[in-house]
Write a protein that binds this ligand. Structure first.
Ligand code: NDP
Length: 319
């Protein structure tokens, strides 16, 4: 039986691994098996990012996959056991907890969940390729500053899209909001703020159909959008498309085992505790507010400390 199993391998999971390993808890980490829809992918969302400029400690920036490789190396250095598997079932109804995956299962006194959330994408057949090229982007806070003086598109009609479009106008010369209906879902105050922003243009009742490369084929020139009622197509100039159409927490496997909210986020109790004593949660699977690598890493650290103290209080030692 393990002291602790960590499920998920983004910044939250690897930080929890470093801390629990250094506390001599010999964690097992299930890093995900990888899948085309990016669910439980080893390394998490940063594997689909290019340059990361806002992770402290890297003044020149770092490539997302390189950062995750360093996270893994550090976790392994202190004795984390890594299993390249996606969890298929858990039993948190009694302790020790049981965690199962294809071809394996283990029991543990405690579990840290750090399975993250994936941003919803446009739904184009080449979404993953567009992400890897940096043409389709999912985090304005992270990547907006790359586009000083350029034109951008932001897709969505909710509060996130209003907030991100406004934020992007701090850098971009113009941001066109593309939304699939003529009515926005966003709250009135957020809509009003966006509508008053002279740098925001609107393409309502419209969907992105195609990305158009520029003269330098590594860069995009714009997108073709289609009006959903008339079928008319037009090109909108854009150096990138920020997609703000919601997030899906990767928590389906925990349904019925711990408390989730209506969207599927894990409901936090005190600090990183969940509704099941001995099960802790960190990162984007529980946090829908900040969604940053550094905040996820911070929560991973907190979950590891909460977990260690809880185990200590249970007795049985670390050996
Ligand atoms: P929402 O679910 O509120 O909005 C998602 C938007 O994306 C909707 O307008 C939806 O269109 C559109 N959409 C969904 N799928 C697609 C698709 N495949 N193609 C094109 N468009 C699509 O998500 P948000 O992330 O905006 O917000 C999540 C929650 O967080 C909300 O409760 C929101 O209020 C809250 N929030 C609050 C903020 C604040 O108060 N400062 C800031 C950000 C978020 P349609 O409307 O047609 O369904």
């Amino acid at each position: 039986m393990r002291h602790v199993i960590i499920i998920g391998s983004g910044p939250a999971g690897y930080t929890a691994a470093v801390y629990t390993a250094r506390a001599n808890l010999k964690p097992l980490m299930l890093v995900g098996g990888g899948s085309p829809d990016r669910t439980l992918n080893p390394g998490g969302q940063l594997m689909f990012t290019t340059e990361v400029e806002n992770f402290p400690g890297f003044p020149e920036g770092v490539q997302g996959p390189d950062l995750m490789a360093m996270f893994e190396k550090q976790a392994v250095r202190f004795g984390t056991d890594i299993e390249y598997a996606t969890v298929t079932k858990v039993d948190f109804s009694h302790r020790p907890f049981r965690v199962m995956w294809e071809g394996g299962a283990e029991e543990a006194r405690a579990v840290i969940i750090s399975t993250g959330a994936k941003s919803r994408l446009l739904g184009l057949p080449n979404d993953t390729e567009l992400l890897l090229k940096g043409w389709e982007r999912t985090c304005a806070t992270c990547d907006g500053a790359f586009y000083k003086g350029q034109e951008l598109v932001c897709v969505g009609g909710g509060d996130s899209c209003m907030e991100e479009s406004n934020f992007l106008t701090h850098f971009a010369s113009k941001v066109t909001v593309v939304h699939r209906r003529d009515a926005l879902r966003a709250s009135k105050i957020m809509q009003d703020r966006a509508r008053k922003n002279p740098k925001i243009a609107w393409a309502l009742d419209s969907v992105v159909k195609e990305f158009v490369p520029g003269p330098d084929p590594r860069k995009m020139r714009g997108v073709v959008v289609e009006h959903v009622k008339t079928g008319d197509r037009r090109e909108i100039a854009a150096a990138a498309v920020f997609v703000a159409v919601g997030h899906l927490p990767s928590t389906e496997v925990f349904r019925g085992q711990i408390e989730l909210d209506e969207v599927g986020y894990i409901v936090p109790k005190q600090f990183t505790y969940t509704s099941v004593e001995g099960v802790f949660a960190a990162g984007d699977c529980v946090d829908h507010r900040y969604r940053q690598a550094i905040t996820a890493a911070g929560m991973g650290c907190a979950a590891a400390i909460d977990c260690e103290r809880w185990l200590e209080a249970q007795g049985g030692g670390h050996g």
